[in-house]
Design a protein around this ligand. Structure first.
Ligand SMILES: [Zn+2]
Length: 413
């Protein structure tokens, strides 16, 4: 009896010890073909961070040679999979924010900026407060890095205004913006404004002083105004080539000076609908892989079946079977229904840029721009935000997504 007790006791101690050892030293190893070199590597993860990267002679499982890259970072997400961040009336819930985040993980997006567009003071404050209330929820794993405010301080002119409702478009109002900023828990990290509006330059200066990344967009500014905005701190142009009228002067228009200014980065929507292939080619040739950011401008209509839907204004929105999202009454695009994975594959196809360059434009560059120093590359010490994927015909096909070292999505085999 005494012997049996002692043996069981030893066994229990051993189990406890092994459990301790496992939890204290538990490491996950993820293998894949490194996006930079296309050579096999193993990435070791501990406590949510990358602790070691090792070159391998070959992958352990040769039947699944997936690429491995840092998680994608999308700076313009209006909503996803039926969840709108912009919708008025309290429909935005914690569950909705979690659902949108989980659906984005399936598309390899491990960090994103929920984007609120032109609306009333009340709606913007309300939705910023709701987002701020969820931003640090544990189950989101820090995937929301801050918020993007696109509008309401944009051009009222048709075409430049895009699909933003005219009745809510207005001139920059610092006091009102401060109300948004406070409601957001000081989490507005970037704002898109039209620099030609009265008071815009002072507004840009003040945002820059607060550390908010100023983007110019939905504008009809001259070269002088664009250059002045950049001198005052504007860093990037929002979805270059969109938020622009169809009929423009061939010499004097907002496109040339934005392309010509080397201090201005450009975000571009590469879903195959917002820009023609030759536009993407030229923008990429001018800005290059260090000054280009691939964005999705994706809306709540993404990941829904084709058909007609109603927006908040009661207008009919059409999602075509090809994936184009339109506001037929104005004959303008209504944001995008294509996740950033499509943009990454499309820009590679159109420009011939490498996978390394495409990931730089969809992860490394936004991480740098928004000072997200813990992500955007695969390096020891960084967050283990990783994606395993194949390059499909029209988009990256995500196989696994890790956020903060946790496997949050695995495609069915
Ligand atoms: Zn826009």
């Amino acid at each position: 009896m005494r012997y049996i007790f002692s043996k069981s006791f030893n066994f229990i101690i051993a189990v406890i010890f092994m459990t301790f050892v496992n939890s204290a030293f538990a490491q996950t190893k993820v293998e894949g073909l490194l996006y930079l070199t296309k050579k096999p590597v193993s990435v070791e993860i501990k406590d949510g961070k990358i602790v070691r990267i090792q070159q391998l002679k070959k992958l352990s499982d040769q039947s699944h040679p997936f690429y491995i890259a840092p998680g994608l970072i999308d700076n313009q997400v209006n909503g996803f999979a039926g969840v709108s961040f912009c919708f008025a009336g309290g429909e935005l819930t914690k569950e909705g924010i979690l659902k949108a985040t989980q659906e984005l993980w399936k598309k390899g997006v491990t960090t994103y900026l929920p984007t609120l567009t032109t609306n009333t003071t009340e709606v913007l404050k309300h939705n910023f407060a709701l987002l701020a209330n969820s931003k640090n929820d544990k189950e989101l794993h820090g995937s929301i890095a801050g918020f993007h405010l696109e509008g309401p301080y944009i051009s009222p002119i048709d075409g430049y205004r895009g699909a933003h409702p005219l009745k809510y478009v207005r001139k920059p109002d610092w006091n009102e913006f401060m109300e948004f900023y406070e409601a957001s828990g000081k989490n507005i990290v970037t704002i898109t404004v039209a620099p030609e509006l009265d008071g815009s330059m002072e507004f840009i200066q003040k945002c820059t002083a607060l550390g908010i990344i100023v983007a110019i967009g939905h504008h009809n500014a001259t070269k002088a105004i664009i250059d002045e905005a950049v001198e005052n701190g504007a860093r990037i142009t929002t979805h270059l080539g969109n938020g622009c009228a169809n009929m423009i002067n061939r010499h004097v228009n907002p496109l040339w000076p934005q392309l010509a200014n080397d201090k201005l980065m450009a975000s571009i929507i590469c879903d195959g609908f917002h820009l023609r292939d030759e536009e993407i080619t030229v923008f990429y040739k001018v800005k290059g892989p260090d000054k280009t950011i691939i964005t999705s401008d994706v809306t709540s209509f993404a990941a829904l079946p084709p058909g007609e839907y109603k927006n908040e204004e009661g207008e009919t929105i059409e999602l075509t079977k090809e994936g184009m999202l339109r506001l037929p009454v104005q004959n303008v695009l209504y944001g995008s229904a294509s996740p950033i994975t499509k943009g990454v594959a499309h820009i590679m196809k159109v420009t011939g840029c490498s996978l390394a360059e495409a990931i730089r434009m969809s992860s490394t560059n936004p991480a740098k721009l928004y000072h997200l120093n813990d992500r955007g590359t695969i390096e020891t010490g960084k967050r283990a935000d990783l994606i395993l994927f194949e390059i499909g015909d029209s988009e990256l096909v995500i196989k696994k997504t890790y956020v903060e070292g946790e496997l949050v999505y695995a495609a069915e085999q």
